[in-house]
Ligand binder design. Structure first.
Ligand code: KG4
Ligand code: ZN
Length: 324
């Protein structure tokens, strides 16, 4: 089954064509980062207009790169939420229009479930498994019992991990989006330089706002010229990865599930990927999507349309939603 999917929930306009949920035939992403950089974050109205400018191009490019005429596509899919409503509407209307024109089904996809499905791309992974989903908007541990049966078993009670990265980057004067830059700096710093605290929360909760405040307090002890940015980044990154991996591992043990995966933009983080891989020494099987399938993309949406679509009697009635 060949699915063309569109992702437009935030600041990436993306279109991909994927066969049977695992084989990517094309994967086109047009990023708006340069446009939002000067505002220090995504401006929803500007983002929606940029999606409109890019949508036709990314669809045409995805068809061209896959070398597939639109008549050969079996279904058209798009993210319906959670995300920015004005942005989601662009992708949803494009996908619904294509499905009407070519008389093929329209499939709606949940963005978070899409991130999880990035793990199916180029892999033979099958449920059950545990997924640590960490993005700019969400931090969750999900128990994927079956393709269409998932349970959120832990989540953040304040900021999402990507959000903490972006905020800490901002207070260190690193331009938006700071996650990737902080990651690079962390690799050159000393993780033992600062002892940032781990939040004392319930087993099924994450909290990162205290960590953010601790970093802010640490920066106050230095002048901007003397700020030991690399050491701060390394100590911060160590604390984040340590907390996330330990919590995920404990749930995996408790549920007697030996497969652990990660997903979402922060799954591109080098320390998190190292720590995940190290779990193999403790007997776990681990999977991390390729970097290009961690941050927002449409290949994961096409995979999710195949494995775990939003179920409804008439998919044309599906509407966008901002929060889960
Ligand atoms: O999944 P994503 O592309 O968008 C959302 O659905 O939110 O995630 C974006 C987030 C941003 O906060 C960005 O700073 C973070 O992922 N990110 C990273 C890295 N690459 C992207 N955070 C830490 N280390 C990275 N290498
Ligand atoms: Zn995302």
């Amino acid at each position: 089954m060949i699915i063309l999917a569109i992702e437009s929930s935030c600041d990436e306009t993306a279109c991909a064509i994927v066969k049977d949920g695992r084989e990517v035939l094309s994967n086109v992403v047009s990023s708006q980062i340069k446009i939002h950089e000067k505002f220090g974050g995504v401006v929803p109205e500007v983002a929606a207009r940029e999606h409109l400018n890019s949508i036709n191009f990314v669809i045409e490019q995805a068809l061209k790169e896959a070398n597939i005429p639109p008549e050969k596509v079996d279904a058209f899919a798009s993210t319906v939420g959670p995300g920015l409503v004005g942005c989601l509407l662009v992708g949803l209307n494009a996908a619904k229009t294509l499905s009407l024109v070519y008389n093929k089904p329209y499939i709606g996809v949940n963005h978070l479930q899409g991130h999880v499905c990035a793990n199916f791309i180029d892999s033979d992974l099958e449920p059950p498994f545990i997924c640590l989903l960490v993005s700019g908007g969400h931090s969750q541990i999900i128990y994927i019992k079956d393709y269409d049966n998932q349970e959120v078993i832990a989540q953040t009670i304040d900021d999402a991990v990507g959000e903490v990265y972006d905020k800490v980057a901002r207070l260190c004067s690193i331009p938006y989006p700071g996650g990737i830059m902080l990651d690079k700096m962390a690799n050159e710093g000393n993780k033992d330089a600062f002892n940032f605290p781990e939040a004392k929360v319930k087993e099924d909760e994450f909290s990162f706002s205290g960590l953010k405040t601790a970093v802010l307090r640490a920066t106050k002890n230095f002048t901007p010229e003397n700020l030991p940015l690399k050491d701060i980044a390394a100590s911060f990154q160590y604390r984040i990865a340590d907390t996330l991996i330990n919590k995920t591992k404990n749930f995996a043990k408790k549920l007697n599930c030996n497969k652990i995966t990660i997903a979402g933009g922060v799954a591109a983080n080098s320390e998190l990927r190292r720590r995940l891989k190290a779990l193999e020494d403790e007997g776990f099987k681990t999977i991390a999507p390729k970097l290009k399938y961690c941050t927002d993309n449409a290949a994961m949406i096409a995979s999710c349309a195949y494995f775990n679509p939003i179920k409804c009697e008439d998919s044309y009635l599906l509407e966008v939603f901002s929060r889960d």
